[in-house]
Design a binder for this molecule. Structure first.
Ligand SMILES: Nc1ncnc2c1ncn2[C@@H]1O[C@H](COP(=O)(O)OP(=O)(O)OP(=O)(O)O)[C@@H](O)[C@H]1O
Length: 266
């Protein structure tokens, strides 16, 4: 019997890109599990295969070997149980649709009444704080607002897990802090499971309940760290905690060791 609370199971995942210039082993051997309702961050050295991993998990890329299971079922292609938010919000929104139209679009593939669809769209737009901009077009919005639209579209779809690939890398520091708090809020209020890839060590510790530190390529999980900070987080007081500093220093040190190849695969 599978453990009921296990949402995502990754076992011995390996991905080799084959090309005429030679093969690239992007992921060596990655295993981990994620429980329903968790917020897990993934960090690792540049080029260690984070995007490759997320694409394999989301069923957008076929692994060379290994297993990805969602709710006990193998993932073999894009699944309605997962929604992905990428860094390039500009390219992921349709400029000719309004905010409302962009959020609504994926729901057209679901069997929903007009009323149910309208409610999901309105709730999602409200949850990301964009009710006042629902009739605007993406090009009339700031970068941070556009990324809020992408998040609203993802949560309106009601996925079991929200997969985010460096979603805030292209926005300014203040907007980034606001969007981090939005993710914490959606996770706390809507019990959404979130898998969040970031380059930013402080962001991983501030957001995550767990941080998976990946090794350099060919990649494995070098550390699965529990973030034992209070669940009520705040940009000023949480980041000022001595424990926050200890955890971010620890993750930083692990990534430096990964870069220098000073770690041994299990
Ligand atoms: N389509 C592809 N064909 C061949 N090699 C690829 C392809 N996509 C990625 N790679 C290689 O796989 C490795 C991992 O790439 P990936 O983009 O997954 O890493 P990343 O950790 O997300 O990178 P970054 O930290 O720069 O965002 C890199 O060496 C990259 O060059």
């Amino acid at each position: 019997m599978p453990d009921r609370s296990t949402l995502l199971r990754v076992e011995h995942l390996r991905k080799v890109y084959e090309s005429t210039n030679g093969d690239v082993e992007a992921i060596g051997d990655i295993s981990f599990t994620m429980r329903s309702g968790e917020l897990v961050c993934i960090v690792g050295p540049s080029g260690c295969g984070k995007t490759t991993l997320l694409k394999c998990l989301a069923g957008l890329l076929r692994p060379t070997s290994g297993l990805v299971e969602m709710d006990g079922e193998p993932v073999t292609g894009p699944s309605p149980a997962m929604a992905v938010v990428f860094q390039e919000y500009g390219r992921s929104l349709y400029p000719w649709l309004t905010v409302r139209g962009n959020v609504e679009l994926p729901l057209r593939h679901k069997r929903l009444s007009r009323q149910e669809r309208d409610k999901l769209v309105s709730d999602a737009i409200e949850a990301v704080g964009l009710a006042h901009a629902a009739r605007s077009h993406p090009w009339q919005l700031s970068g941070g607002m556009q990324q809020r639209v992408a998040i609203a579209r993802a949560i309106a779809y009601q996925p079991e897990v929200l997969i985010m690939d460096e979603p805030f890398a292209a926005v300014d520091a203040q907007t980034r802090a606001d969007l981090e708090d939005l993710v914490r809020e959606l996770h706390a209020n809507r019990k959404i499971s979130v898998l969040f890839v970031t380059h930013d060590i402080d962001e991983s510790v501030y957001l995550g309940e767990r941080v998976l530190v990946l090794s350099a390529s060919p990649t494995w999980v070098q550390e699965d760290l529990t973030v034992d900070l209070p669940p009520q987080r705040d940009q000023i007081s949480t980041r000022a905690l001595p424990r926050f500093t200890e955890l971010r220093t620890h993750v930083y040190d692990q990534i430096q060791r990964a870069k220098r190849g000073q770690t041994v695969a299990p």
